[in-house]
Design a protein around this ligand. Structure first.
Ligand SMILES: Nc1ncnc2c1ncn2[C@@H]1O[C@H](COP(=O)(O)OP(=O)(O)OP(=O)(O)O)[C@@H](O)[C@H]1O
Ligand SMILES: [Mg+2]
Length: 226
């Protein structure tokens, strides 16, 4: 099991009121699963992904990453797990504007102390895999939105993660470009057994998923229609 949660809960206090963004979520995610999470705006999708990605800590409940209880890990240990195991893909790509496509993909490897020669070799390979061999030296503003998302996927794969967390990865893209991105994510799951968890409104992602959950007011339910 790559992720297991037990009554995972995240609340935010805003002035007088308490918002329960994620409410007692029990989830088990196996290796090589393509899982989608759907739900209206404000239902808790991003909060849940941030908990799974060890970016945020739960208010209560537990999260096991590869059967390891993450409750007692300090920030440095959480960062290490993240760097070695998890790749993030966001709706707005979050590429660094001053870096080229190649440099953006190299960055997570630099953080993991990989030699610069290896960084470059792997970054070229990854950009080739997402069909961008001809765009290595382009900066984000010199790329189309679909190309930017492909660079972001290549970057997410830099340290060979076993888990990809994608937050509305096709939200900014037209449907054809969205399909390309879905296919890349699906291939990762099929070929490399990467677990892919996608928060989305995109029906083509939902249809392609092995498992779909819906979330409403922080409460998650297995969607058996899919
Ligand atoms: N830092 C915060 N402080 C207070 N409330 C927050 C914070 N982050 C999120 N929330 C609240 O938690 C709830 C869940 O937010 P979240 O961003 O997880 O929703 P979402 O499903 O990702 O929505 P969207 O589809 O719009 O991205 C919302 O009601 C939001 O207002
Ligand atoms: Mg969100």
């Amino acid at each position: 099991m790559i992720i297991k949660t037990q009554e995972l809960t995240k609340t935010y206090r805003l002035g007088e009121s308490i918002i329960t963004a994620v409410n007692k979520v029990d989830l088990e995610i196996r290796e090589a699963t393509f899982l989608s999470i759907v739900g209206p705006s404000g239902s808790g999708k991003t909060t849940l992904l941030n908990l799974m990605g060890l970016i945020d800590r739960p208010t209560s409940g537990k999260l096991f990453f590869k059967n390891r209880d993450t409750s007692f890990l300090n920030d440095q240990e959480r960062r290490k797990i993240r760097l070695q195991n998890i790749g993030f893909v966001l709706q707005t790509f979050n590429l660094l504007p001053t870096l080229t496509a190649l440099e953006n993909v190299e960055l997570p490897m630099a953080l993991a102390n990989i030699s610069s020669e290896q960084q470059k070799q792997r970054a070229v390979q990854l950009l080739e895999m997402v069909g961008l061999r001809h765009r290595l030296q382009h900066r984000p503003k010199e790329l189309s939105t679909g190309e930017m998302q492909r660079v972001a996927i290549a970057r997410a794969l830099a340290n060979n993660p076993c888990l990809i967390l994608a937050d509305e990865p096709t939200g900014e893209l037209d449907s054809d470009t969205g399909h390309e991105i879905v296919n890349i994510l699906l291939q990762l799951c099929r070929k490399y057994k990467t677990t892919v968890v996608v928060a989305t409104h995109d029906q083509s992602i939902v249809k392609a998923s092995h498992v779909t959950y819906s979330i409403r007011n922080g409460i998650i339910m297995r969607d058996t229609r899919c």
